[in-house]
Design a protein. Structure first.
Length: 602
């Protein structure tokens, strides 16, 4: 099939061995790329191991759309067995590394083993080397990026970790280009456990597509369509921060560790305030709607903001100043910490302090304390030791019922949407395949604009449709979903792009089938790796069922547990899973996953 480099690069850090393998046609046809390639490889090769042992593998995978001349295509997926959740973990990242990897002649890189000393991987087309990184170890991601750019050139694709990943903090991510981040479920710690500071990629080749001329025309039309969209101008002014005011109005802004859904100081830090502070923008390669807004942070340095990090490091910890949030966000990026999980951990600690279940006094909105916590969490010191494994881990240490307000699902912290009044979005967090990520099924806007409080089967069907598109297609293709989500860029473009690239006609039905195969394989992986895995893993935190907010539109509203359980049962039925959420043999067989069903049953 055209449009792929057709090669997998395998690097064994323990043996210092580098090899190249063909990627089969059936792999491309059945799993498309990105997340699809990653889960197939991880299912086949990463079995019953400790995620931080040298037996784990980390995958960097592109898809057929990655790095092509079409809207927002500069993405790749980073995946591994997660040290935070114990199951399958991944995340996409916008990076020049995605563009360079295919030009270097590979669709994916698999790194296994553990280097004896701090190392980094250099991929220059066919020339691949494992190099010494002792001088880089301990450097934050901005410093290390500068050093690597100086050595290898500013245009190199660089993926790297900060001290948090080196210290095996389970909420650490992989960073790129001083602000792009990916791999929320601890992919930074997996790199750290391998003594792998960075992957530097420089590719000079090109991948022949089926019809380059057509792709060029389609790509151009796609960019033009995006620019002409009604919401484009407003998007360019506020980006994802347009969600801030909307969430506050609808009572779903995460506030005080998700106790509330409205923030009394929201007007001091919404998208309109951001517009006034904005000095520049940043984003991923190939993107015409770059969503990273740069402002001057509280120390007058350049720092980036988007809705998720403002929600989680602002209202969720009671902080009401965008420059202060921006400073925390820059610190998180430098340390290589996931900003969503970090905001959740800090909010959790502030609530633990308020409730007196820890002796330390940390007040809501205490900026000095929050900065100290970022350093302690990144360094695995002080109170950081309590949350190094996320809020689930912290609640297991503290006990005293703190699991009820540890805002996570499957071990991954919930992103910036409070769901007391959004049962569909709660189910979306509950059933997301990597833990509580909004990336797979951000149904909240549709839910609020339709019948918000219903627990209908139609809502569950819609959720599955969203998962197929977002978590199935976009994560495998691999391109950014925001043009579709935010400015209503036409979904009908994507089969056209795929056909021009690969020569294969694939309808949305075909793509849904690939998405279902990927979801089922991820679910099977959880079951194989976590033997107790089952229905309870799809439960959102008790807070949403038991403690309604005291203010705003959602005052007094909470999720009805019985009705949530009914929706979950419908979800399983529609997915072809049993009442415990485990894929049925016939479902796996229908998707061509017969070997998986045999292994699960054994
Ligand atoms: S919209 Fe934002 S996340 Fe998506 S590709 Fe553009 S810059 Fe990256």
């Amino acid at each position: 099939m055209k449009g792929y480099a057709g090669k997998l690069l395998r690097v064994d850090l323990s043996e210092g061995k580098i090899s190249k393998e063909e990627i089969s046609e059936s792999m491309k046809k059945d799993f498309l790329g990105g997340r699809g390639f990653a889960i197939k490889l991880i299912w086949d090769e990463v079995k019953k191991i400790d995620p931080l042992s040298e037996q784990n593998k980390i995958v960097f995978a592109t898809g057929p759309l990655s790095g092509q001349l079409l809207p927002s295509s500069g993405k790749m997926v980073i995946a591994s067995k997660s040290p935070l959740t114990g199951g399958y973990g991944d995340g996409n990242i916008g990076t020049m590394a995605s563009v360079h990897l295919k030009k270097a002649g590979y669709d994916m890189v698999v790194v296994e083993g553990r280097a004896e000393r701090p190392s980094y991987l250099l991929i220059e087309d066919g020339n691949v080397k494992i190099l010494e990184a002792s001088d880089l170890w301990g450097k934050n991601t901005f410093e290390a990026q500068d050093i690597l750019e100086k050595i290898h050139g500013r245009n190199s694709g660089i993926l790297l970790i900060g001290p948090a990943g080196e210290n095996l903090i389970r909420i650490s991510t992989v960073m790129s280009q001083k602000g792009r981040a990916g791999g929320r479920p601890g992919m930074g710690a997996v790199m750290g456990s391998k003594n792998l500071k960075a992957v530097v990629i420089k590719g000079t080749g090109s991948i022949p597509n089926f019809d380059d001329e057509k792709l060029k025309q389609f790509g151009k039309k796609g960019y033009e369509e995006i620019k002409g969209k009604e919401n484009y101008e407003f998007w360019m002014r506020q980006g994802t921060m347009q969600a801030f005011e909307w969430c506050n109005e609808n009572g779903c802004l995460p506030t005080y560790n998700f106790k509330e859904g409205v923030f009394e100081f929201s007007k001091e830090m919404d998208g309109y305030v951001l517009e006034k502070l904005h000095i520049d923008r940043k984003g991923c390669p190939m993107c015409s709607m770059q969503c990273g807004h740069i402002i001057k942070d509280a120390s007058a340095k350049r720092a980036e903001l988007d809705y998720e990090n403002v929600g989680m490091l602002g209202p969720n910890i009671g902080l009401r100043s965008l420059p202060q949030v921006a400073l925390l966000n820059r610190m998180a990026d430098e340390w290589g910490l996931d900003t969503i999980s970090l905001g959740s951990c800090i909010g959790f600690l502030m609530e633990a302090s308020e409730r007196g279940v820890i002796p330390e006094k940390i007040g809501w909105g205490d900026f000095e304390a929050a900065q100290k916590l970022v350093r302690e969490i990144g360094g695995g010191e002080g109170l950081g030791k309590l949350v190094y494994n996320g809020v689930r881990g912290a609640s297991e240490i503290i006990g005293k019922g703190s699991n009820r307000w540890a805002m996570q699902v499957k071990g991954l912290e919930i992103s910036a949407y409070n769901c007391h009044g959004c049962p569909g979005m709660a189910l979306s967090f509950g059933t997301s395949p990597i833990g509580a990520s909004h990336k797979d099924a951000w149904i909240i806007a549709w839910e609020i604009s339709t019948d918000r409080f219903s627990y209908s089967k139609e809502k569950v069907q819609k959720l599955i449709e969203f998962q197929r598109i977002r978590g199935g297609f976009f994560e495998s293709a691999t391109v950014c979903r925001l043009p579709w989500v935010e400015v209503s860029f036409g979904l009908d473009w994507y089969p056209k792009y795929l056909e021009a690239i690969t020569g294969n006609h694939m309808s949305w039905e075909d793509l849904y089938q690939i998405g279902d195969r990927i979801y089922n394989l991820i679910r099977a992986y959880w079951k194989r790796e976590v033997p107790r895995f089952g229905r309870a893993w799809d439960d959102p935190p008790d807070r949403w069922f038991e403690e309604p907010p005291s203010q705003g539109k959602m005052k007094g509203v909470k999720i009805d547990r019985k009705k949530y359980e009914q929706m979950l049962s419908w979800y399983y039925e529609l997915r072809g899973w049993d009442e415990d959420g485990i894929p049925l043999k016939e479902t796996l067989d229908q998707l061509g996953l017969e070997e998986v069903s045999r292994e699960l049953i054994m």
